[in-house]
Design a protein around this ligand. Sequence first.
Ligand code: FAD
Length: 464
Amino acid sequence: MRSDHAIRSTESITVIGAGLTGSLLAVYLARLGFQVEVFERWPDPRRDDVPAGRSINLALAERGIHALAGVGLHHRVARFCLPMRGRLVHDDRGVNLHPYGQSSDEVIYSVHRERLNLSLIDAAEATKRVRVHFGQSLEAIDFDTGIATFRDHASNRPYERPARPIIGADGAGSAIRGAIEAYLGFRSDSDLLDHGYRELTLPPTDDGGFRLDPEGLHIWPRGELMMIALPNTDGSFTATLFMPKDGAPSFSSLEDLDDFRQFIHTTFPDAAPHLTELAEDLHEHPVGILGTIRCPHWHVDGRALVVGDAAHAIVPFHGQGMNCGFEDCEALGRIIAASETWPQAFAAFDAERRRNADAIADMALENYLEMRSSVSDERYLLQRSLALELERRFPERFVPRYSLVMFRRVPYADAKARGIVNREILVALTEKATSLDEIDYDEAGRLIAARLPPAAGPDSTALR
Ligand code: FAD
């Protein structure tokens, strides 16, 4: 091993992207003693207007909270988080709460993306070891010389500087991932969904109150499409409409304001009176794309690595993209601290995280179907109630997959594998049953004892 690959805590690390993953990663690296140079293409959001970009609010869950807590930032973030106890499903049965878990601490949090990002940037700079260079885009990287080319947006001039090691936290369209692909000669698998999304505004009442119950994540499942809404601390909700990009109905068939308004009124009659800014939403919020990126090599020996969405962009239906990126930061910090060389650290990170990123990518895709249609299906509802009942009766062994992903930190791949067994057990037990009274719980006990080893205990990092 060449000695220039040895990890020295005095050296400087270049991070591309001051989004959610890049900013938290900078804090982790600074805590290990490194100098961190972060390059972000947008101007400093504390001084200039920066486009809001994707999703105004996000669901923060145990994995993300734990990674924030690892560098003491969870309390700071708690100030702008709202707890959500379950899904509030709006369908022809009215509005019904489907709790996420059994206990009062099994909640997820709605968090404002921009406030969270700013808070992480502030925390990174407060370490005094992180410099964030705003308005600077990475344009190219030569892995042989370790020289990166950036463009300064104010002067529109390119310039070069040494950048080894370099870590790409530059999102789904990552330039670093593109450079790794070109250098190692492969193409990542990028699978775009034929559904897109548009954000819609649901403002507060005139006196600043919430128009809907703020303690849950609202879902309007409608088969091929759905709308969700998450609360914000100012009394508003951010609603997101997910539906096909083409066909009827679709975003392309509903570009005209009157048609769009009519569609919203017929499809979501109880929400429509609250969606008072449809004209602005249609004009200002373009249809976003959704997709999964699977990149087979996340690093070039010890020279470059990708993390967060740059390595593994996923669809948002499990609310885990950011949580997974935050878990990357915690994992990379721990692995670097235990490694002697950069190639060793990056290879270990790739080995630990890739199978888990693949697993959450699959589970996120499966969750879309569950959210937009299964939540209104009788058999699904029976199996869901049974899952909670089995968890009550056999808490050591039967843990619903949703809880494994959102409230525990078992590796995603293990959550996925246990979820498959859970499902088979639920299907077998409900084959002839129409209600929980008809379930054979002795048979349930036998199946669970035979097929599900005890699960790791609950993880719960108090946010407040
Ligand atoms: P990004 O957020 O994309 O940040 C990348 C940063 O790099 C940006 O600041 C960008 O400007 C910068 N950059 C890019 N290229 C360059 C360059 N060449 N030079 C310099 N800088 C560059 N996740 C959850 O956990 N919970 C949710 O509820 C949730 N909801 C979502 C809803 C929607 C509609 C969508 C689309 C996503 C959702 N996600 C959610 C996923 C989450 O948004 C992403 O996983 C998260 O933003 C990834 O963070 P990141 O920092 O890795 O990438």
